[in-house]
Design a protein around this ligand. Structure first.
Ligand code: GTR
Length: 411
C-alpha cells in the first residue's frame, strides 16, 4: 500500500516537474542570458524513459555517473595501494571534557612511498548512541581546523557542532593533492597515476573527493560515530568536491555544498556576464577537472550533463545547497535551480526534494524532503549561520529527537 502510494506520488511529481527539465529559463530576476535546454535526467542513453527508482538505480544512475567521470571530473585510476589508520594524538577530555579529540593519519602507501592524510576529529562525550558526523573538506589553511582550538574559525565551528551532538571531522584538501597545476606530479596523483594521462583521467577535485572517501573509511571504524550518518561538507571548491564525493561514494548520507558555484551546484548552461563559466574555470584552474572538460569552454550547451544531474546522483540521499546573496560569481539562482531540476529523480523515490520552484527571499531557507536550500545574506564564505542551517536539516534527515539533540548540550 505504502509502495503504491509512493509510486503515485512519484508519477505526479515527475509529471509536475517534467516541463522544467526541458524548458530553458529566463526567470524574471535573472540577468539576460541565452535560452538553453537542460539534459533530461530521466531519459536514458538508448532513448527510453526512466520511470522507476529501480530503473534509476540499475541503469540510468550509472550512465550519468560515467558521463560526469568522462566529461567533467575524471576517473579514479584502478591502481592498488595500501591504507592504514594511525591515531597520533588522543585527548579524551577535549573542549572542557565535552569531547574526545583524535588526530589521525591515514597513510596511503604504494611502492614504498606514503601519502599521509591528516584528520582532526572531535566526538561528543555525552552520547546515548553513536553520533552523526560532519566531515569538512577544508580548502583553506590549517588554522581553520585547529585541533588545539586556540584558533576558532567559523569555517569549522567545532564547539557548536559538539553542542548539537555532531561529531566534527576535517582534513586539508592539500594533504591529498596540491591546489596548483603541477602536471599531476605530486600528491595522490604522483602516487597512483601510471602511464600517459588520458583525457578522462582524474583531476584535482576528483582526487580531493577520493580523499574524502578515505577519511570516511576511517570514520566508519570509530565506535562513537554512526557509520550511516556521515555528511560531507565543503565550501566553494570544497563544495564542488563534496558533491562529487557523494556522487561517487554512496556511503555519504548527506552532501553539503556551500557556495560551490561553477562545476559545483550552479547550472553550467546559465551563461551570463559576472558569473564564472566553463571557459574561465578551466583557464584559471586547469588542474581541477579532467582535460575533456576544457572542450566545453563556451560550448556549455554541448555538455552531455548539467549540474542538476550531479545533485540527482545523490538521490535518494539528502543534499543541502547553500548560497550567499552577494556571491554572484557562484550564481546563487543557478545553485538553487540545480536542486529544483533534480526533483524528478527524487520523485522516483517518493521524495519531493525542495517541493517548490520558487527561490526563497534572501535570508530564507527551505528544508525540503531530501533536499535543503538557503540563501544567506552576505559574501562568499562558510560561517556558523550556514552550519546552523545544515545541522537543522541533518537533524530532520536523521530524525533526531529533541532528546538526542540535547544529549550533549550543557545543562
Ligand atoms: C574562485 C573560483 C571558484 C571557487 C572559489 C573558491 O576563484 O573561481 O570556482 O571555487 O575560487 O574555491 O574559493
Amino acid at each position: 500500500m505504502i509502495a503504491s502510494l509512493k509510486s503515485i506520488l512519484a508519477c505526479f511529481l515527475v509529471a509536475a516537474f517534467a516541463p522544467l527539465c526541458v524548458a530553458g529559463e529566463p526567470y524574471s530576476a535573472d540577468p539576460a542570458m541565452p535560452a538553453f535546454e537542460l539534459p533530461d535526467p530521466l531519459k536514458a542513453q538508448d532513448g527510453s524513459a526512466v520511470t522507476s527508482a529501480d530503473d534509476w538505480k540499475t541503469k540510468r544512475r550509472g550512465e550519468v555517473l560515467e558521463l560526469f567521470r568522462k566529461h567533467v571530473y575524471g576517473r579514479v585510476p584502478e591502481t592498488s595501494y595500501e591504507q592504514s589508520f594511525h591515531v597520533v594524538h588522543e585527548d579524551a577530555k577535549a573542549l572542557d571534557g565535552r569531547a574526545t579529540l583524535r588526530q589521525v593519519e591515514i597513510r596511503i602507501t604504494r611502492d614504498g612511498k606514503t601519502l599521509p592524510i591528516r584528520v582532526n576529529l572531535f566526538t561528543p562525550n555525552q552520547r546515548k548512541q553513536p553520533a552523526p558526523a560532519f566531515l569538512l573538506i577544508c580548502n583553506r589553511g590549517p588554522e581553520n581546523i585547529d585541533p588545539t582550538r586556540q584558533t576558532k574559525s567559523p569555517f569549522w565551528p567545532v564547539e557548536e557542532g559538539i553542542t548539537r551532538g555532531y561529531a566534527m571531522a576535517a582534513f586539508l584538501n592539500s594533504d591529498v593533492d596540491p591546489d596548483k597545476h603541477d602536471q599531476f606530479q605530486n600528491g595522490i596523483h604522483g602516487l597512483l597515476d601510471e602511464g600517459e594521462r588520458a583525457p578522462d583521467a582524474w583531476g584535482t577535485i576528483a582526487a580531493w573527493a577520493w580523499g574524502a572517501s578515505r577519511v570516511l573509511d576511517y570514520l566508519r571504524t570509530v565506535p562513537e560515530i554512526n557509520p550511516d550518518q556521515v555528511a560531507v561538507i565543503g565550501h566553494s571548491r570544497g563544495g564542488k568536491t563534496a558533491l562529487w564525493a557523494a556522487a561517487e561514494d554512496e556511503r555519504f548520507a548527506i552532501a553539503v555544498s556551500n557556495d560551490s558555484g561553477c562545476g559545483g551546484a550552479a547550472l553550467s548552461r546559465r551563461r551570463f556576464e559576472g558569473r564564472e563559466q566553463v571557459k574561465r574555470i578551466v583557464t584559471s584552474f586547469p588542474h581541477w577537472f579532467c582535460s575533456n572538460f576544457k572542450e566545453y569552454a563556451d560550448r556549455e550547451d554541448d555538455l552531455p550533463v548539467d549540474q542538476h544531474e550531479l545533485i540527482a546522483l545523490i538521490a535518494p540521499r539528502a543534499v543541502a545547497v547553500g548560497s550567499a546573496s552577494e556571491d554572484r560569481w557562484a550564481d546563487p539562482r543557478g545553485e538553487f535551480l540545480s536542486v529544483v531540476h533534480a526533483a524528478p529523480v527524487y520523485a522516483l523515490f517518493g521524495q519531493q526534494g525542495l517541493g517548490t520552484t520558487t527561490m526563497p527571499e534572501i535570508g530564507g531557507a527551505i528544508h525540503g524532503d531530501g533536499a535543503h536550500y538557503h540563501v544567506r545574506p552576505g559574501k562568499h564564505n562558510l560561517i556558523v549561520e550556514d552550519w546552523n542551517h545544515y545541522w537543522d536539516f541533518a537533524d530532520r534527515v536523521f530524525s533526531r529527537s529533541e532528546q538526542e539533540q540535547s544529549a550533549t548540550r550543557e545543562p
